[in-house]
Design a protein around this ligand. Structure first.
Ligand code: NAD
Ligand code: ADE
Length: 438
């Protein structure tokens, strides 16, 4: 089988330097690497990872390798791979199958190579690797599987699944897919929902995406955010982070939400809240962050102002209906790597960023390393936990153990030089008593 499939191995030196820079911003993961180097908790473990290939992923791969793992890595999005990082990781001995700008067929062939490596741990961002393994095991035929059938030809998928110790999942959309699999009682091995850990969800989703989505939009368009009539669709962990940061940059922000509690929170936080049908008429920048399908579609495009910019921060490129946009346009013109102009019949122009794929990773470099420090420390410690508890965990979507979650937060605070208050014995007794009152 192919050792690797990347764009250009000569980019490795640039990738190596940029990974080294990220390392300086990821003290927790570097500390975990130090421990892994001594303890080798992943000795003889093949890890198959399907992640956005950024400098931070580079630091994670080096950490898992220090723990003794053999690594097979493909991209979790056709547009998010940083080719210099992929090259640097090949030099480090990681089997990387990824390059920026993959076709659908290339994307799935790369997944096929990772599956053919017979991973013992799967690490996903969006659940494409694990869902593909399940489809193979259950004999569910889809077009995507045809793309790589020659690569996995002759494999025994029952044996493959039996050899898998467990998996982990990085993002909300992936966890939703896995819970659907578990609900149908079809999940074949334990999976840790890294996304749902407090030290991930409260920082990576709102703060990481909040900053990096705006970074992607600004890098792509160099547009002024101050004074913009911005519409954020979805006020969950990600959308709320984007909305606060847009407001901080001087934009006038409207929130579109379906959940009454989230919508009420947005109102009480001072945002304008409207349905999409109304927001579509006045917004000049739209950002989706719902994890849902077709939240901006034909009827909304038809109501939009000339010049509106459309960007997505949710995991898949399904939130803005590109198909509808194509159907109502008389032509499209590429303005730059990240911007496509759609010209509608009446001459209005709409600008779609990154083909509707996640703007922070396709038009910028994803979250800053400081925040990935926590997310990827959770990934590394979850991998160790899966190996330590091999054969003992249920075939379900599992929480990151609280000790790991708190350890990551504590290590981060320590690295930041911040000391926290400690409970006294009296306070501990008070907090665990029901007899003490007024
Ligand atoms: P979340 O569940 O906290 O928030 C999603 C929100 O969207 C919810 O409040 C929901 O009510 C709302 N929503 C659903 N359908 C809607 C609709 N039609 N109109 C308006 N609102 C709607 O999830 P999250 O953690 O915020 O994640 C959102 C998406 O972002 C997911 O796809 C996730 O995987 C992805 N994500 C991306 C990045 C990134 O780097 N770009 C990082 C983290 C998460
Ligand atoms: N997801 C969001 N930001 C990321 C980053 N910098 N690296 C890997 N995955 C990410």
């Amino acid at each position: 089988m192919r050792e690797y499939w990347i764009k250009d191995r000569s980019l490795a030196e640039r990738g190596r330097k940029r990974i080294a820079w990220s390392e300086t911003q990821m003290p927790v993961l570097v500390e975990i690497r130090r421990r892994f180097s001594k303890e080798k908790p992943l000795r003889n473990i093949r890890v198959g990872a399907c992640l956005h290939i950024t400098t931070d992923t580079g630091v994670l791969m080096k950490t898992l390798a220090a723990g003794g793992a053999e690594l097979y890595l493909c991209a979790s999005n056709p547009l998010s791979t940083q080719d210099d990082v992929a090259a640097a990781l090949v030099e480090e001995g990681v089997h990387v199958y990824a390059f920026r700008g993959q076709s659908e067929e290339e994307y799935y062939r790369c997944l096929g190579y990772v599956i053919a490596s017979k991973p013992m741990i799967t690490m996903d961002d969006g659940a494409d690797l694990i869902s593909t393994i399940h489809k193979l095991r259950y004999g569910i035929r889809t077009r995507e599987l045809d793309y790589f059938k020659d690569i996995v030809n002759g494999m025994d998928f029952e044996e493959l699944v039996n050899g898998i110790v467990g998996g982990s999942e990085e993002t909300t959309t992936g966890v939703i897919r896995l819970k659907a699999l578990a609900r149908e009682k079809k999940l074949l091995y334990p999976v840790i929902a890294v996304n749902d850990a407090e030290s991930k969800r409260l920082f990576d989703n709102p703060i990481g995406t909040g900053q990096s989505a705006l970074d992607g939009i600004v890098r792509a368009t160099n547009t002024l955010l101050a004074g913009r009539d911005a519409v954020v669709v979805g006020f969950g962990n990600v959308g709320s982070g984007i909305a606060y940061r847009l407001r901080g940059m001087g934009a006038r922000v409207t929130v579109v939400e379906v959940d009454p509690i989230k919508a009420l929170k947005a109102v009480m936080d001072g945002f304008n809240v409207e349905p999409m049908s109304k927001a579509a008429r006045h917004g000049d920048l739209f950002i989706t962050a719902t994890g849902n399908i077709n939240v901006i579609r034909r009827e909304h495009f038809e109501a939009m102002r000339d010049g509106a910019i459309l960007a997505n921060a949710g995991h898949f490129n399904v939130e803005i209906s590109v198909r509808d946009l194509e159907e109502i346009s008389i032509r499209k013109e590429r303005i730059s790597d990240c911007i496509m102009r759609y010209v509608l019949r009446d001459g209005r122009k709409l600008y779609l960023l990154a083909e509707g794929r996640l703007v922070n990773l396709a038009c910028a470099e994803g979250h800053p390393s400081e925040v990935m420090d926590m997310s990827f420390s959770l990934q590394a410690l979850s991998a160790r936990y899966l190996v330590e508890n091999r054969g003992k965990l249920p075939r379900d979507v599992l929480r990151v153990p609280e000790e790991i979650d708190r350890e990551v937060a504590s290590l981060k605070l320590e690295a930041m030089g911040i000391e926290v208050e400690r409970l006294t014995d009296e306070q501990k007794r008070y907090l665990s008593s029901w007899t003490l009152g007024t």
